[in-house]
Design a protein around this ligand. Structure first.
Ligand code: TRP
Length: 378
């Protein structure tokens, strides 16, 4: 087992997940190989080449299954391309190179990315990452791509203006300031409330999205309801309830909750909202996380059996024996496909031991620390 390469392990996961979801394996495996590049041939027994923040154990890849009402669930991969050798700058370059190499193959549009990339590309990228990619696989369709850029790449204090400029260039800046004014807790911009991701769909359709993510440290359910309320058509109490059910509390003092606002051309206001609950930080073990995820899926009428089948492709260990296999659950509201997403860890490098209910959840650091020495913040 330990003689297996990272690429070998992750391809086996993908083959299994594609089987469960009725998807073609070759497209996702090929893209994953491209994303991993030469780092894919490293052995599982070697340490991670870079402390990627995509997943707690530093695997540069995280899976998710997005359930929706209109079509079968889709498979998504969030990944960080790493340079060889990796560094903040080499990883950023590897990320752009990965995207560039897919443009012609998949007919991607980089028009909007090109319009803003200089803002997010700097000689010395700061923060936890510079560029992540997400790949979405749906039955019978070409993969869809999204890039995640780091608004804090020039420093935390630069993020609000940087995003303002990016949105202006994309003609989506109309409601940005009022959004911040209504959502951010007084005096907490850049402290407890952070602008954490700026994401772009790499397609050209009228519905191509920009998503703006805010991370809310030490929020309570009222803070989350306030963040959701600014999007018309979104029921803040539904969002609040989802969070309380997922986390089993109404004060989120473990890992922070993240909300995202969907912006599309032709609308001055956000058209959708998603909330991401880092469920791993609010449960004792993966059995508890699985049971909560199943309850949430059922509540929305989705086939929870698929989740169990997906988990079985990733690990054979008893779910009680670790925590972190299900890092997040999210509720997506608004177009194009509302639904529930369950995130899944590859656990390539480590499984975190279950935590006892007696240990109070540690305050999660605002800046990322080493996950190895601060295992209680999962
Ligand atoms: N691992 C990071 C975190 O938990 C980043 C991340 C990966 C993330 N997948 C995510 C954040 C899904 C929110 C939602 O913060």
């Amino acid at each position: 087992m330990r003689g297996l390469s990272v690429a070998g392990q992750l391809s086996a996961h993908l083959a299994g997940l594609c089987d469960v979801l009725g998807l073609d394996q070759s497209a996702s495996i090929e893209l994953m190989m491209d994303l991993l590049g030469s780092n894919g041939s490293r052995l599982l027994s070697e340490p991670p080449p870079w402390p990627s923040n995509v997943a707690d154990d530093h695997t540069p890849v995280e899976y998710s299954v997005a359930f929706n009402g209109a079509e079968p669930p889709s498979l998504r991969i969030l990944g960080e391309a790493l340079g060889s050798p990796p560094s903040a700058q080499a990883n950023m370059r590897a990320g752009y190179k990965f995207i560039d190499s897919q443009v012609t193959k998949f007919g991607l549009s980089t028009k909007r990315l090109n319009a803003v990339k200089d803002l997010f590309a700097t000689e010395q990228p700061q923060g936890a990452f510079a560029l992540w990619s997400s790949l979405v696989f749906r039955s019978g369709r070409a993969p869809e791509f999204k890039v995640y850029l780091n608004p804090e790449v020039r420093g935390v204090d630069q993020a609000p203006a940087l995003v303002g400029e990016a949105l202006d260039r994309l003609k989506l800046g109309g409601s940005y300031q009022s959004l911040l004014d209504r959502v951010i807790r007084p005096g907490e911009l850049g402290l407890q409330d952070r602008i954490s991701f700026f994401a772009l769909d790499l397609d050209d359709g009228p519905q191509a999205r920009v998503k703006l993510y805010l991370t809310h440290h030490h929020a309570d359910v009222h803070d989350i309801a306030r963040a959701a309320r600014v999007v018309s058509g979104v029921d803040p109490s539904e969002v609040a309830e989802f969070c309380s059910l997922a986390a089993g509390t109404s004060r989120f003092s473990g890992r922070p909750l993240v909300g995202s606002y969907t912006l599309t051309e032709g609308s001055d206001e956000p058209v959708g909202y998603s909330i991401y609950v880092p469920i791993r930080s609010y449960v004792s073990d993966d059995q508890e996380a699985r049971d909560k995820a199943v309850a949430l899926l059922k509540r929305y009428g989705f086939d929870a059996g698929i989740l169990d089948q997906a988990l079985a492709q990733l690990t054979q260990r008893p779910l009680r024996d670790g925590v972190g296999l299900i890092p997040h659950v999210s509720l997506r509201l608004g177009p194009p496909r509302p639904g529930v997403t369950v995130y899944l860890s590859a656990e390539t490098y480590s499984v975190f031991p279950p935590r006892s209910k007696q240990i109070p959840a540690a305050r999660s650091p605002v800046e990322r620390g080493s996950t190895r020495t601060t295992a209680t913040i999962r």
